[in-house]
Design a protein around this ligand. Sequence first.
Ligand code: KIV
Ligand code: ZN
Length: 515
Amino acid sequence: MNSSMVTIFDTTLRDGEQSPGASMTVEEKVAIARALEDLGVNVIEAGFPIASDGDFEAVRRVAAHVKTCTVAALARCHEKDIERALQALAPAKNPRLHVFLATSPIHREHKLKMSRNEVIDRIGHAVRLAYSYCDDVEFSAEDAARTEPDFLVQVAHTALEAGARTFNVPDTVGYTTPDQFGDLVCRLIAETPAFAQAVLSVHCHNDLGLAVANSLAAVQAGARQVECTINGIGERAGNCALEEIVMALKTRHDLFHLDTSIHTPKIFATSQLVSRITGLHVQRNKAIVGQNAFAHEAGIHQHGVLQCQETYEIMKPEDVGVQGNQLVLGKHSGRHAFRKWLDDRGFELTDERFEQAFKRFKTLADKKKNLFEADLIALVEGELQTADGPWTIVSAHTSAGTGVTPSASVCLVDESGVQVEEAACGDGPIDALFKAIERATGVRALLKSYEIRSVSGGRDAQGEVAVEVECQGRIHRGRAYSTDIVEGSGQALLHVINRVLRAADQQAAVATGQV
Ligand code: KIV
Ligand code: ZN
């Protein structure tokens, strides 16, 4: 099927969640799904329902919330998987069953222990079954890029004959290169007449840093769906980054002559939302959404941009929703200006959260002479992270110095208003603080990594504290912002502990059928 529109299939909630430590609660997935719908993606892959009750519930809730996009659920070529995916998709206006089976020799031999013929039979049977339930079926040939091309043609023919509307070609291990992948797509389309009525999709992993380049080569060769994630998150080195493929197609429209339905000024806010929820930091020099993506350091560049923006900029920051690091609101700005600033950036806060965020803004404006865009984003993100509880810091104190045993004391309050005070000694003040918080909350958290960076410039800059913690056998990430790094460190750890406790409550609710 050839058209000038490329379908954007977002898998942040499924493949993106497979990034170590990026697990999300059902509410968080719904919040991201809403942002993806606003962004204009065509398909949201919401999860893999057979994998867990939490995944099932997330797909069901996303399916119920999303109105304009297609909602996809993943299933292996097993009856049980397909039926479970179908149940989860029941509330969806536009459901898609996404069925997959590995096709490469290495997977057939070592993982599946199946012959080529057995693989073909299994695919035909599963896709027919899926199609008997749902008009919109996608089939993915896992590890397609390492599959013998002649066999892949046979696989595509089988899946499309059996009713699939989309045939997806994953480079599961990020092994291919642009020329090779473009040739594969060309060959599949040329040798499979059924593509006249079906869409060829690609799904590229980034192990060699080629996911976007390979996806672009594929669309040049005729692919009309790209599977991608916000910020390129995903298994191992991640997936094709949505913001990069979309902006490449838009900026080089002269070359590709292809369009997407993405409302690009919403890109930056969506990227920030996903980063905040998953705890996965966007690297500073990341294309499109990194902090430095539109920053010009060299004098000669700054001079050029001031004379004419296009001298050193191929896209406008506003095109992707980046407002620049200008001085924004100040000490004298009121509620109205603050509300407008939030609305312009797509932050949706309840009245209660708005009041809390406004209070924080006033406190920060009193402490800090110059407030930059990055300060305010950090402030709102900080509010959104801490507002969910159950635990909040009332006070935190540390003491350390030469010849002194580092110690810390904290006072925390839970959502029912009960205050708990604890103290501890440690290898350093932050270690002592974390031990005191563990004692107060009763949650054991093993610190794996700890980073501090300043959010904006100046001696009075806010610090961003990012922690990676092992808790109940899983890696979790937390972040917090403060002008006081001790308080920020405590909040970052509490962010993780609160998430773990909320996820446990949610699992219990799903298991007892309360949601
Ligand atoms: O990478 C992959 O092969 C996948 C498939 C399940 C589409 O994620
Ligand atoms: Zn994948």
